[in-house]
Design a protein around this ligand. Structure first.
Ligand code: GZL
Length: 335
């Protein structure tokens, strides 16, 4: 019996050995499967967005409409937070507001610069903090590498359009005054440049003073003009860089006995006040400058949050409004 057991054991071992030999060779150890790329992070949405809007001031109806555009759009989109501030037209206040937003770690800064110069340091700080900046409305002179994009009006074109209106209204030439916007602002610099680009040589700009884009500051400037120059004789027209200053100028003109239509006046913005001045015969043209930039800026900001590229320059399409359509359009004006 013992021999049989040994023989059976041997047979079993031989059979197992034969089976093992026939079994396919164990596949060589496979290299570890490459790590699967991590699932892409979920795309950011408006609900994740904290956007900083250090508004430059509240100097005009245009600015009021611009602020409303950002606040209303932020609410409609349901963004996490709109960090809004009013710099009262002081650059140092805007710079402080931007620094506070950098400190807070906002996602995007949308900056409407009160003036063109003096932004390099704070824009560099934002860049070093990894916070993209969109320049809104007026331009800056800082290097383009310091911000992601600029969106706003072509201020030079606005000035050129105003010049073309005077060329049509004063074909035999004449003299005009200029009531300019905030000194050093991209809007005033651009409009003045464009105005001089296209004004016919037979039309002379006999004086230019700033009214800082406000109705209140335009009144004394116009009063001083009227002390120095005789309306209609020394000058036949006025180029005014925004409607608010135009309304201030009208106050001074009325007080001096000037009547609507005595002078050729061209303004900029296309606000309700400007349309009313055209209805009343004071303005012969109003060059559009659109403040309703909120929706586009938030869309650009979300793209930046998701690492998408955006256009480096976005210029708004604008036109020129005239008295013949002003009464009809006035009720439809959004600002
Ligand atoms: C122009 C804007 C100007 C408006 C003024 O884009 O910056 O500032 O023309 C406003 O009405 O005060």
């Amino acid at each position: 019996m013992k021999t049989a057991k040994v023989s059976l054991f041997v047979v079993i071992v031989m059979v197992l050995g034969m089976l093992a030999a026939c079994a396919p060779a164990a596949a060589p150890a496979q290299p570890a499967a490459p790590a699967q790329p991590a699932a892409p992070a979920a795309a950011k949405t408006y609900k994740d967005m904290t956007l900083c809007y250090p508004q430059l001031g509240a100097e005009s109806d245009w600015r009021t409409a611009n602020t409303a555009s950002f606040k209303e759009t932020a609410t409609q989109l349901g963004i996490k937070q709109l960090v809004f501030s009013d710099a009262q037209q002081k650059q140092e206040n805007q710079i402080s507001a931007v620094r506070a937003c950098i400190q807070q770690g906002v996602d995007v800064i949308a900056l409407p610069p009160v003036v063109e110069d003096g932004w390099e340091a704070v824009l560099t700080e934002a860049k070093n903090a990894g916070i993209p900046v969109i320049i809104v409305d007026r331009s800056v002179s800082a290097d383009k590498s310091l911000y992601a994009s600029h969106i706003g009006s072509d201020m030079v074109l606005e000035g050129e359009r105003a010049a073309e209106e005077f060329n049509k209204m004063l074909p035999n030439g004449g003299a005009v005054l200029e009531l300019s916007g905030t000194t050093g602002s991209g809007a005033a610099v651009g409009r003045a440049k464009g105005f001089r680009n296209k004004l016919n040589a037979n039309i002379k700009i006999i004086d230019s003073q700033t009214g800082n884009f406000t109705r209140a500051e335009a009144v004394p400037v116009m009063q001083a003009f009227l002390k120095k120059y005789k309306s209609g004789t020394d000058f036949q027209g006025i180029f005014i860089h925004n409607d608010d200053m135009g309304i201030g100028a009208i106050e001074a003109l009325k007080a001096a006995g000037v009547k609507p239509g005595d002078l050729k006046i061209v303004s900029v913005d296309g606000t309700r006040g400007g349309f009313q001045a055209m209805v009343d015969g004071w303005f012969q043209a109003d060059v559009e400058c659109n403040p309703l930039l909120g929706p586009q800026v938030f869309e650009m900001a979300l793209k930046l949050m998701n690492g998408q590229t955006i256009d480096r320059e976005v210029l708004t399409n604008e036109t020129v409004y005239y008295p013949d359509k002003a009464a009809e359009l006035l009720p439809t004006r959004k600002y």
